[in-house]
Design a protein around this ligand. Structure first.
Ligand code: MN
Length: 261
C-alpha cells in the first residue's frame, strides 16, 4: 500500500468512527446529505422553543379494566412497552380540531386516550424514587390503533408494528413544562366521540405510575432527553369512522380534538 492509499483509508475509518460514536441529539453530520429529513418537534407552551422528539415509547395494558378487556390478567403481568416512529407524531394545537386521516388497511380503527410524559434527562437503571426528576413536562395524546391488524398479528405471534406504529398514529398536544402543571398522579382522563363519553377513568388507576414506567424502561433502554412515553389507556377503547370527532381531556391540560377524515 502506498502512502496515499494509507491516508485515504485511515481518513475513511476516522470519519465512520466519528459518526458512529456521536451521541444522539448532538449535531454530528458534517458530510452533505442528498436530501433533508425533518426533525420531529412539538411546541412547548409559553416558550419559543420546541421539544425535539427522540423516541416514542408506549406502555401496553396499564389500566386494570383495559387489561381485562384486552384479554390479559393485570395481576400477573409485568409492564411491556412498544415504540412508534417519531414521525408518527401529529401535533394538534389546543383549541383546534385537526383533520386526522383514517389509515389504510384497517376496518377497525380505535382511539386510546393517554397521558404523555416528556423526558428532559436521560439515564440507565433509574430508580422509581428518582424517576420523576427526569420529566421535562407533560402532554396528552392518542395512541391510534388499527385494532384488527394488531389482533391479527398478535394471534399469529408476529410483530405489532402495522397495528400501532404507522403514519400519524400519535396525535399529541403541546408540551407543558413541569412547572406549569406539576406531576400527574391523579385526575380525570376522558374521551368523547361526537360529544358522547366513551372512555372515563382516573390517572390514579394506572397500574404502573409514570415514575415506575421510566424506571422500568431505563432497565431495558438507555433513555435520553427527548424521549416521550405514552402512559397507557383506560378501558372502553373503541372504533371511529370518517366524520367522527374525538375530544380527549386530562385535568390540568387543554383538550385535544381531531376529526377523522
Ligand atoms: Mn395505548
Amino acid at each position: 500500500m502506498d502512502r496515499r492509499h494509507f491516508f485515504q483509508s485511515t481518513s475513511l475509518v476516522t470519519t465512520g468512527a466519528l459518526v458512529g460514536c456521536a451521541l444522539p441529539g448532538v449535531a454530528q453530520q458534517q458530510a452533505k446529505t442528498p436530501f433533508t429529513v425533518p426533525a420531529i418537534t412539538v411546541p412547548i407552551v409559553g416558550s419559543d422553543e420546541v421539544f425535539p422528539v427522540r423516541r416514542i415509547y408506549c406502555i401496553g395494558r396499564n389500566y386494570r379494566a383495559h387489561a381485562i378487556e384486552m384479554g390479559s390478567n393485570p395481576d400477573r403481568e409485568p409492564p411491556f412497552f412498544f415504540q412508534k416512529p417519531t414521525d408518527a407524531i401529529q401535533f394538534v394545537p389546543p383549541g383546534t380540531v385537526a383533520d386526522h386521516p383514517y389509515p389504510t388497511l384497517t376496518k377497525n380503527y380505535h382511539y386510546e386516550a393517554e397521558l404523555v410524559a416528556a423526558l428532559g434527562r436521560g439515564g440507565r437503571n433509574i430508580s422509581v424514587e428518582q424517576a420523576l426528576d427526569y420529566v421535562y413536562g407533560y402532554s396528552l395524546g392518542l395512541d391510534m390503533t388499527r385494532r384488527d391488524l394488531q389482533r391479527a398479528m398478535g394471534d399469529e405471534k408476529k410483530p405489532w408494528e402495522i397495528g400501532k406504529s404507522f403514519d400519524k398514529s400519535a396525535p399529541i398536544g403541546a408540551i407543558h413544562k413541569l412547572a406549569q402543571t406539576g406531576h400527574f398522579t391523579k385526575g380525570s382522563i376522558w374521551l368523547n366521540v361526537n360529544g358522547k363519553t366513551k372512555q372515563k377513568a382516573d390517572l390514579s388507576q394506572m397500574i404502573w405510575s409514570v415514575a415506575e414506567q421510566i424506571s422500568k424502561l431505563s432497565q431495558a433502554f438507555e433513555l435520553f432527553p427527548g424521549d416521550i412515553i405514552y402512559s397507557g389507556t383506560p378501558e372502553n377503547v373503541g372504533p371511529v369512522v370518517r366524520g367522527d370527532v374525538i375530544e380527549m381531556h386530562i385535568d390540568g391540560l387543554p383538550n385535544l380534538s381531531v376529526k377523522i377524515v
